[in-house]
Design a protein around this ligand. Structure first.
Ligand SMILES: CC(C)(COP(=O)(O)OP(=O)(O)OC[C@H]1O[C@@H](n2cnc3c(N)ncnc32)[C@H](O)[C@@H]1OP(=O)(O)O)[C@@H](O)C(=O)NCCC(=O)NCCS
Length: 193
């Protein structure tokens, strides 16, 4: 059955080109993950806050290497894009910024992030989220980006609002965490024009 609309983003738009590195104002960048980041990812997932909100832990550096391989492969599959938030001078990973669940027909994706404990508190996360959203909406062709956080995660709500993701309501009992079901606050940014 033929579609009556064109896809918002043609299939093949990403697979044929490399994943870009993006500048984050204030001394950081978003770059593709490297296998050599596996130690930092393992360390990040020892943090209780990352475990709490991302409901995973990494039991070994080998396991983190496997995740990074999946994150790298998702670009060519056009299913997701995963970036390390990195120090612009040293390239050292400071956090993660991902656009997941790509739907190229509707031009939608979901934003997710964490920062390593030592890199928190300096406003890098909202600037990185805004930079990635700007690229996705203004250059990559996405139409709408969603972001969800537990209503108990106030820091994430601040990041969302500072990155331009307006609140759209609460999805009740929408995500299972270690302590039970959480209501999830939905935010979104929609391309203007
Ligand atoms: C959420 C997270 C990515 C934010 O990164 P960050 O570096 O702390 O971000 P910022 O320093 O820019 O702070 C963001 C805002 O949250 C506020 N904030 C930070 N921690 C907070 C807390 N525990 N409670 C309430 N507000 C908090 C800050 O004051 C700031 O608000 P302001 O700019 O209005 O002053 C980081 O805390 C983190 O990695 N947490 C664990 C994983 C996680 O929650 N991921 C998101 C899942 S949806």
């Amino acid at each position: 059955m033929p579609y009556l609309i064109d896809r918002a983003i043609p299939v093949g738009s990403f697979a044929g080109s490399g994943q870009p590195t993006l500048t984050v104002p204030g001394g950081a960048l978003l770059r593709p993950w490297l296998i050599s980041d596996a130690g930092a990812v393992t360390e990040a997932f020892r943090d209780p806050a990352i475990q709490r909100w991302h409901v995973r832990r990494a039991d070994s550096v080998d396991e983190a290497r496997g995740w990074i391989q999946e994150w790298q492969g998702s670009w060519g599959e056009e299913s997701a894009g995963h970036w390390a938030v990195a120090d612009a001078d040293t390239g050292a990973p400071l956090g993660r910024m991902s656009l997941k669940a790509w739907n190229l027909t509707d031009g939608t994706a979901d934003l997710a992030y964490w920062m390593m404990p030592a890199a928190r508190g300096g406003g890098i996360c909202p600037r990185a989220a805004e930079a990635l959203a700007n690229w996705a909406l203004d250059e990559a062709g996405f139409h709408r980006l969603e972001l969800q956080h537990s209503t108990a995660n106030e820091a994430s709500c601040r990041v969302a609002l500072k990155a331009g993701f307006e609140g759209e309501g609460v999805r009740r009992g929408a995500a299972l965490h270690a302590d039970g079901w959480h209501d999830m606050h939905l935010h979104a940014r929609v391309r203007q024009g």
